[in-house]
Design a protein around this ligand. Structure first.
Ligand code: DLL
Length: 429
């Protein structure tokens, strides 16, 4: 099923491997020669740039971690003279101190191309009107969606997050066709559109959403409430330019990632060795042409897996599965390891309950306690809550192997977010 794309290259596995080896060798030379921080790490590992002769040599290279970014704060891994830096961005800072990353003009141009591929893969045309409802400024999100949109040639409607009143007014007046936001923001917009009975007056057909994990239920909810035809999960992180490092295609069998721009490895976070193909592990990225702050085996802490085989959509670039969470999101509760996404998975089986949840952890009389708050779907009788809570509690115990108190709240009672939802409140110690 071959298709002509303007931005997405059609590359064979051999062509991708050749680009990766070339880019890897360039990155090592560039980082070694221009960044004292990279050079010290490579020297300590006893590796010289010339030692990498094949892609298998990647495994010899030391990892870069978030601590390396903090050590080099505020311009970690800087590998170009400062006059070549044209911009900085910083992560949203949901976990710890902000990570600041620098960009050269070539870095911005690479990012722009990656992002134009995303709009193309999501099936947009230059006639689309793209409502960008993510943060502009230090965060990469607004800048990335905007750059890509202009490069692609569609019309950007750059609103930023929040302000539901204005979002809906512009979505209606401009007849925006594509919403770009987090899943949380899309849900909020959908709920508000439904409340105001304006879904039919909107022209939104697609949503490109990312920056946080989502559940199938959440996606179904905003798809229905916004009247969408399709939606696409977009991945990205500040360290790797920003949003746009991978996008789900219309086959919805994983996210295509730009393997000619970075190498993705999936490793076992304990042994630090690659997992078997298709198994879940930590995503580790190495950039192939990033100038200002190149990444060598950067441990993202995100968990996902590679999807082997060809995609039915015809794009030859490889795929990874949706990100299921971050290794640092793991909660240890009464000796059991729990990921918040597991609670979302259990919620999928409870049609009376909405997609939203919040986890409270506290210590009482020397013992950890967990309360999980969920919401009843709109229009249902609260009389059924007791039974739902009991059944949900049993399902949670079976899945998590831990007991939790379940509280069912009214629809919309849990806090909503314009950006990334915070689902865990840990008050222990
Ligand atoms: O969140 C960039 C972004 C903005 C991506 C808008 C997509 C849409 P950071 O603030 O640096 O950058 O946070 C990056 O967010 O390591 C993941 O843990 C998480 N994340 C990003 N996209 C997804 C996704 C932006 N599609 C961190 N699914 C990453 C799950 C995601 N988690």
């Amino acid at each position: 099923m071959s298709q002509t794309h303007r931005f997405i290259p059609s590359l064979s596995a051999d062509e991708i491997a050749a680009k990766q080896l070339d880019g890897l060798q360039w990155t090592l030379r560039h980082a070694y020669e221009n960044s004292p921080q990279h050079r010290a790490k490579l020297d300590a590992a006893g590796v010289q740039p010339g030692d990498v002769r094949s892609l298998d040599d990647l495994e010899k290279l030391p990892f870069t971690s978030v601590e390396d970014l903090r050590d080099g704060y505020p311009l970690p891994l800087l590998s170009v003279p400062e006059e070549d830096v044209v911009r900085i961005h910083a992560s949203s800072g949901t976990t710890g101190k902000r990570k600041i990353l620098a960009y050269t003009q070539n870095d911005i141009d690479t990012w722009k191309e990656m992002f134009a591929r995303c709009y193309e893969l999501a099936g947009l045309t230059r006639l689309d009107r793209v409502q960008i409802a993510v943060g502009y400024g230090l965060w990469t999100a607004g800048a990335g969606f905007q750059l890509g949109c202009e490069r692609f040639g569609a019309t950007a409607v750059p609103i930023g997050p929040g302000n539901l009143e204005m979002q809906l007014a512009l979505a209606e007046d401009m007849q925006s066709t594509c919403l770009c936001s987090t899943a949380s923001m899309a849900l909020l917009m959908g709920e508000e559109a439904e409340k105001r009975g304006m879904t039919d007056r909107l022209a939104l057909r697609r949503c490109i959403f990312g920056a946080e994990t989502h559940s199938r239920k959440m996606r179904e909810a905003f798809t229905e409430k916004l009247g969408l035809e399709d939606s696409f999960d977009i991945a990205g992180l500040t360290e790797l330019y920003g949003p746009g490092s991978a996008l789900e295609c219309s086959a919805h069998e994983g996210l295509h990632y730009w393997a000619d721009i970075y190498i993705l490895e999936i490793i076992d976070p304990q042994t630090l060795k690659p997992v078997e193909p298709g198994e879940v592990g930590e995503m580790v990225v190495t950039t192939l042409r990033k100038e200002a702050a190149p990444l060598i085996r950067y441990r993202t802490r995100d968990l996902s897996r590679l999807i082997p085989g060809e995609c039915s959509c015809g794009v030859t670039l490889p795929r990874h599965a949706p990100i299921i969470g971050r290794s640092d999101d793991m909660i240890i509760y009464r000796g059991v390891n729990i990921y918040p996404g597991q609670i979302a998975d259990v919620l999928e089986h409870f049609p009376r309950l909405s997609s939203e949840y919040r986890i409270f952890l506290e210590r009482r009389e020397g013992r950890d306690n967990m309360t999980i708050q969920v919401e009843r779907k709109p229009g249902l009788d609260p009389a059924g809550d007791k039974e739902s809570a009991a059944n949900f509690g049993v399902a949670l115990r079976d899945k998590l192997l831990a007991r939790a108190t379940v509280e069912i709240l009214d629809p919309g009672e849990l806090p909503r977010s314009f950006a990334k939802s915070k689902r865990v409140v840990d008050d222990r110690e």
